[in-house]
Design a binder for this molecule. Structure first.
Ligand SMILES: *Cc1c(COP(=O)(O)O)cnc(C)c1O
Length: 336
């Protein structure tokens, strides 16, 4: 599995640290918890999309693109990292936002990631919830082509086989770190959405014969739908790498019990998890993805799901810029 066969541009600060969380571990009284700091990838406040963009943006440059187009929810971390990457590489960037989250507050619409998107100079369009986003991107691409641009479309979340290569790389990086630190990783956990992170990680973990199970905590779809999406992408990523048949359906595990009332809608578990990590470890997690992933991991620890595990790694996928957008929606006991 040789990732150097694929074009890549350097955008992320790598390797990201693998850190032990002593105070959280003590507080939960469970397995030792480590965090893989992919919130520290560096670009425009960092996050997991930056690894994917190293491969996606390289393909855009290979194809002589002048503008990249992508889509997401209004507070998309992926969109923010994409426009930052476009700035760094001298490309224009078009963002299409789906108004996916109802009863949006002023900060949700203007602050957090959206503020940074404007700062980076993105051209932003908004469409109604339920819009066919791939079709919407194609329409914009056609328009731009007519005006002489060469557009490159990046799917939502950067989740296609090229983007997933970024998380194959993360898995290889993690195994090297574990070996260096003499750490036996018993389980890897992270938040899963558009599937590229989980697909890439499982391909890397399996290709290395690590024997480490991977658990995605869903933030959007129901379990079967989420697992099928990850499975399909993991298989096509393995195909792209010349390892067909590497992934079995049983390798893909998603727990979608922590979504709550829907994508981007706060839950009490998420709220509590964000406060806990802030106050025990000085770490910032986000309301839409990593906070819900963390809430899932904490609850599963207390219910004994990881009973046989001594060491768990939570992949921190970033997103703290979104905290500012949720300012009014998070309940904080500021007196405690
Ligand atoms: C996009 C995102 C995820 C989910 O990653 P996918 O590859 O889309 O499954 C998790 N956490 C954060 C902060 C994200 O922005």
């Amino acid at each position: 599995m040789l990732l150097s066969r694929f074009s890549r541009v350097s955008l992320a600060h790598l390797p990201t640290p693998l850190e032990f969380l002593p105070r959280l571990t003590r507080h939960l009284g469970g397995p030792d918890i480590y965090v893989k700091r992919d919130d520290c990838t560096g670009l425009g406040t960092g996050g997991n999309k930056t690894r994917k963009l190293e491969f996606l943006m390289a393909e855009a440059l290979d194809k002589k693109a002048t503008v990249v187009i992508t889509q997401g929810a209004v507070q998309s971390n992926h969109a923010r990292q994409t426009v930052a990457a476009a700035c760094k590489l001298g490309l224009k960037c078009e963002l299409i936002f789906e108004k996916r989250v109802g009863d949006a507050t002023e900060p949700y619409l203007k602050s957090g990631n959206v503020f940074l998107d404007h700062l980076f100079g993105a051209n932003i369009r908004e469409v109604e919830k339920g819009t066919d986003m791939d079709a919407a991107m194609q329409t914009v691409a056609d328009e731009l082509s007519l005006s002489g641009e060469t557009p490159y479309i990046i799917p939502g979340g950067g989740s296609n086989p090229i983007g997933a290569l970024g998380y194959v790389d993360c898995a290889l990086e993690l195994i090297v770190q574990a070996n260096k630190q003499n750490l036996v990783i018993d389980h890897v956990v992270h938040a899963t959405g558009s599937a590229g992170t989980q697909a890439g990680l499982i391909v890397g973990l399996k290709a290395m014969h690590s024997g480490i199970p991977l658990l995605g905590i869903g933030v959007n779809a129901a379990r079967t739908e989420q697992e099928e999406k990850v499975y399909k992408l993991a298989c096509s990523t393995a195909d792209l790498l010349g390892a067909p048949g590497l992934i079995e359906r049983g390798d893909i595990v998603a727990n979608c019990d922590y979504v709550g009332d829907g994508y981007g809608v706060p839950t009490k578990g998420m709220n509590d998890a964000i406060l806990l990590l802030a106050r025990l470890e000085g770490l910032l997690f986000d309301p839409v993805y990593s906070g819900k992933g963390l809430a899932g991991m904490i609850d599963l620890i207390s219910s004994g799901y990881f009973q046989d595990a001594k060491n768990i790694v939570f992949v921190h996928t970033g997103g703290a810029a979104g905290l500012f957008a949720y300012r009014d929606r998070l309940s904080m006991d500021l007196d405690s």
